[in-house]
Ligand binder design. Structure first.
Ligand code: ADP
Ligand code: MG
Length: 492
C-alpha cells in the first residue's frame, strides 16, 4: 500500500518528492520532470475549496496571463494543471529558501545588503505595477531566493490574493496581520497601495530583525494595528537618512499619504535606474579578478595555507570527508580575512580563493553526502534498537525523539540551522545520560548513537559554513564593489 509516492499528490509528467513548504493556501513540493531533462521544479498544490466559489474560472484565466510573465526577480510560472480537488502550479524551483529564513539566520541584514534586495523587489513590483497586477500578500515568506550561493530574490505567490478573501467563511483573518496594511485589517477596503505598506514592513524586519507590529499577545497586536501612532524607527543600527526616510514614508498608515508607487521606484535609496544588473556586477568582479592575477598579491600567512595544503593532500588521497572538513577549517580563516583586509587587491585575491575552496568543498559535499545517506540509514537502526531498550527511561526516549526530529529536519531544504539546533539539544541530553549509564549493551548502543549524531552535527555545521561563506563573499561583492561596478560601467 505505502508505495514510494504515498501521501503525495500525483501529477502527469512529474515525480513529486519532498515538501518544500506550505503557506496560507497551498502546499509546495519539489518535483522532477519525467522527461529526459529531469528538470527540477516546484509544484504548488492549491485546494480548490480554499478559493472563493466564483473564482476558479477567473483564476484559471489569470494563471494563463501569469504564465506569460518573465522577470529575473519573479518566480516563473511554467505551466499548470488541475483535477477535481486541486490546481497545480508548476514553477521555477528556488533553492535558497525564503527571505524570512534568510533574515533570521543572520538576525539582521546590513543596510547595503537590504538595499540590493530592496532594489530587486522594487524592480519586480514595478514590472507588475506596469501590468496592473498587485500582490496583496507581500511578506518575507513569499519572497524566495534563487540559491544561497548567488542569492537573487524572486517574488512568489502573487496575482492570487485577489481571488481569496483575507477572511475565511467565519470572518477569521487568514495569513499574518503583521504584514498587512492597517486599512486591510481595519476597514476591509483596500487597493494596490497595501503592497507599499508591506514593502515597508519587510524592509523594517530586514534592518531591525522583527516587524514593526511584533507583539507578545494578540491584544497587543490589535492595539498596535488600530492605533494612530506614527511608526517609530529604532535608533540602532545606524542607518542612512535616505533609508530612514523611505521606511517612514512606506509605513504611513493613511494610504493617501503613503509614498506613491512612482515615488517609491524613484526614491534615492531604491534608485532603480542605477541598480546594478546581475550582468554588470559579474563582469566587474571578473575584471577585478584578472587584475588580481597580476602577481601583486602575496599568499596569506601560514596557518590557513597549511590547512589548504593538507586539504588538497587528503583530497588527492581520496579521503573526501577529511578534505571537506579541512577546507571548511581553512574557510574559517579566509572568510573573516575578507572583511578585515583593507587592500582592495588582496581582498580580491582572498575572495577568489574563497570561491575556489567553496566550489571544491561543494563537490566534496556531494560525495560525502551520498555516503552519509548510508550512514543515516545505519543510524536509524541503532536508534530503533536503543528506543526499544529505553522503554522505561522517559528522559532517554525524549532525547532520542529530538534526535529523530533533527534527522527529519535535515531532509528539509534550507532548514540546516534548525536541524543543527535539534542535534545539539539532543546531544546535550544524551551525553549526560551516557555519563550516568551503567556498562552493558545499552551503554554501547548509546555510545554509538552519540558518535553518529556528533558526526551528523559536524557535517551539518560544515554545510552551513559552506553556504554562508559563499554568501559572505557574494554580499561583499555587492557592498564593496558596487562603486567600482558603477565607475567601470560608466567608463565603458
Ligand atoms: P501559499 O500561497 O500557501 O502561501 P507559497 O507559494 O507562499 O504558498 O509557498 C509556500 C512555501 O513553499 C514558501 O514559503 C516556500 O518556503 C516554499 N516555496 C514556494 N514556492 C517555491 C519555489 N518555487 N521554490 C522553492 N520553494 C518554494
Ligand atoms: Mg505564501
Amino acid at each position: 500500500m505505502a508505495g514510494p509516492g504515498w501521501g503525495l499528490p500525483r501529477l502527469d509528467g512529474f515525480i513529486l518528492t519532498e515538501r518544500l513548504g506550505s503557506g496560507t493556501y497551498a502546499t509546495v513540493y519539489k518535483a522532477y520532470a519525467k522527461k529526459d531533462t529531469r528538470e527540477v521544479v516546484a509544484i504548488k498544490c492549491v485546494a480548490k475549496k480554499s478559493l472563493n466559489k466564483a473564482s476558479v474560472e477567473n483564476l484559471l484565466t489569470e494563471i494563463e496571463i501569469l504564465k506569460g510573465i518573465r522577470h529575473p526577480h519573479i518566480v516563473q510560472l511554467k505551466d499548470f494543471q488541475w483535477d477535481n480537488d486541486n490546481i497545480y502550479l508548476i514553477m521555477e524551483f528556488c533553492a535558497g529558501g525564503d527571505l524570512s529564513r534568510f533574515i533570521h539566520t543572520r538576525r539582521i541584514l546590513p543596510e547595503k545588503v537590504a538595499r540590493v534586495f530592496m532594489q530587486q523587489l522594487a524592480s519586480a513590483l514595478q514590472f507588475l505595477h506596469e501590468r496592473n497586477i498587485s500582490h496583496l500578500d507581500l511578506k518575507p515568506q513569499n519572497i524566495l531566493l534563487s540559491s544561497l550561493e548567488r542569492p537573487h530574490l524572486k517574488l512568489a505567490d502573487f496575482g492570487f490574493a485577489q481571488h481569496m478573501s483575507p477572511w475565511d467563511e467565519k470572518h477569521v483573518l487568514r495569513g499574518s496581520p503583521l504584514y498587512m496594511a492597517p486599512e486591510m485589517v481595519c476597514r476591509r477596503q483596500y487597493d494596490a497601495r497595501v503592497d507599499l505598506w508591506s514593502v515597508g514592513v519587510i524592509l523594517y524586519e530586514a534592518l531591525f530583525g522583527q516587524p514593526p507590529f511584533a507583539s507578545r499577545s494578540f491584544s497587543e497586536l490589535e492595539e498596535k494595528i488600530r492605533s494612530n501612532r506614527l511608526i517609530e524607527l529604532p535608533l540602532r543600527p545606524q542607518l542612512s537618512l535616505d533609508c530612514r526616510d523611505l521606511l517612514q514614508r512606506l509605513l504611513e498608515r493613511d494610504p493617501s499619504r503613503r509614498i506613491s508607487f512612482q515615488d517609491f521606484f524613484a526614491h534615492p535609496w531604491v534608485d532603480l535606474e542605477h541598480m546594478p544588473s546581475g550582468e554588470s556586477l559579474a563582469q566587474a568582479v571578473r575584471r577585478l579578478m584578472e587584475i588580481g592575477k597580476g602577481g601583486l598579491i602575496a599568499d596569506p600567512p601560514i596557518p590557513q595555507t597549511a590547512l589548504v595544503v593538507e586539504a588538497v593532500k587528503k583530497d588527492q588521497e581520496g579521503d573526501a570527508a577529511a578534505a571537506l572538513s579541512l577546507y571548511c577549517k581553512a574557510l574559517d580563516f579566509f572568510v573573516p580575512a575578507l572583511h578585515y583586509e583593507v587592500d582592495a587587491k588582496r581582498k580580491e585575491a582572498i575572495k577568489a580563493k574563497v570561491g575556489q575552496y567553496v566550489s571544491r568543498a561543494e563537490e566534496l559535499k556531494a560525495i560525502v553526502s551520498s555516503s552519509n545517506q548510508a550512514l543515516l540509514r545505519q543510524g536509524t537502526t541503532v536508534q530503533e534498537l536503543l528506543r526499544e531498550m529505553a522503554r522505561d527511561k522517559p528522559r532517554l526516549l525524549a532525547a532520542l525523539e529530538v534526535a529523530s526530529a533533527a534527522m527529519a529536519k535535515e531532509e528539509e531544504t534550507g532548514k540546516e540551522r534548525d536541524a543543527l539546533d535539534l542535534y545539539q539539544h539532543s546531544l546535550g541530553e544524551l551525553l549526560l545520560l551516557l555519563a550516568a549509564e551503567a556498562p552493558g549493551r545499552r551503554r554501547e548502543l548509546l555510545h554509538t548513537e552519540v558518535q553518529n549524531l556528533m558526526a551528523r552535527a559536524e557535517y551539518l555545521k560544515e554545510q552551513i559554513k559552506i553556504k554562508e561563506s559563499h554568501w559572505e563573499a557574494e554580499s561583499l561583492d555587492k557592498e564593496g564593489l558596487s562603486e567600482s561596478v558603477r565607475s567601470s560601467c560608466t567608463l565603458q
